[in-house]
Design a protein around this ligand. Structure first.
Ligand code: SAH
Length: 253
């Protein structure tokens, strides 16, 4: 089989944050497969077929991409940020495992991208400067009880916590519950970053103590980073710097 499948991350929004290897893969593609707004970020050109699909059809989209590659096309599946972070790379491998044996011989590669938590953290300073974890707040693919358990354990382990998919119109109550849980277990002063549409013209950054955080401050374009117990602020006239020192107190152990 001479087709190929590349699973590429387009970064958080700005073209300057797309890696040169992703740009090269897009230039060589015959087909682009992905969720509508991500496919819209790829420049159309002659000979390039764009296959844009709706949200929540990841497995169908992945199987479609694999079958195109098996038909000798050069396919790039696009995700925002990094394709391995709550995105298409895992969906493609799930479809590969479930699919026909000949798909296993396809040339498949994953090209990393700048994931939202890293873009957001860089804008604010270095809130992920010490140990941290990432939790997807969408309960489409896992029960809410598991999300809640992971949040509690992450706070207990004193990680800084990056929250993806904090709040959608379909499930507005999850993030409100998350904030109450965090307020209950972290105390009021813990700094929280709301970073919206990072690296796009709509970018908006807000840093505030947990006690002032409100559910409406987040939407599906927002990354929320909750500091650990040692995350702190450096005040500046041009806006605060949020960072977590590299060392942890011995008392945590
Ligand atoms: N694969 C993507 C994440 C997909 S989940 C990545 O690696 O970044 C989608 C979630 O990512 C959004 O709900 C939001 O929480 C976050 N996100 C994506 N782009 C963002 C951006 N430019 N600014 C802030 N958050 C973003």
């Amino acid at each position: 089989m001479t087709g190929s499948l590349v699973i590429a991350g387009l970064g958080p929004g700005s073209e300057a944050l797309i890696t040169p290897e992703v740009t090269a893969a897009l230039a060589q593609a015959t087909d682009i497969v992905g969720y509508i707004p991500y496919v819209a970020r790829v420049r159309a050109r002659e000979g390039l077929v764009l296959h844009a699909s709706d949200n929540r059809v990841e497995l169908d989209r992945a199987a479609h991409a694999l079958s195109l590659a098996a038909a000798e096309r050069h396919v790039v599946v696009v995700s925002s940020g990094d394709p391995g972070v709550f995105a298409m790379a895992a969906a493609v491998f799930e479809a590969l495992e479930a699919g026909p044996a000949h798909w296993h011989e396809l040339s498949i590669s994953v090209l990393p991208g700048i994931t939202a938590m890293l873009a957001a953290s860089a804008r604010a300073g270095a809130p992920l400067g010490h140990d941290f974890c990432a939790i997807n707040l969408s309960d489409n693919l896992k029960p809410w009880s598991l999300i809640e358990r992971r949040l509690r354990l992450a706070v207990e382990a004193d990680f800084a916590i990056a929250l993806y998919n904090p709040r959608s119109k379909a499930r507005p109550e999850g993030f409100a519950q998350t904030l109450s849980l965090l307020q209950e277990v972290c105390g009021d002063d813990r700094p929280v970053l709301f970073a919206r549409a990072v690296s796009t013209p709509d970018e908006q950054l807000r840093i505030l103590p947990l006690s002032e955080a409100r559910p409406e401050m987040a939407d599906m374009r927002t990354m929320v980073i909750v500091g650990s117990s040692s995350t702190r602020l450096i005040a500046r006239a041009s806006g605060p710097i949020l960072y977590t020192p590299r060392s942890a107190m011995a008392g945590m152990a």
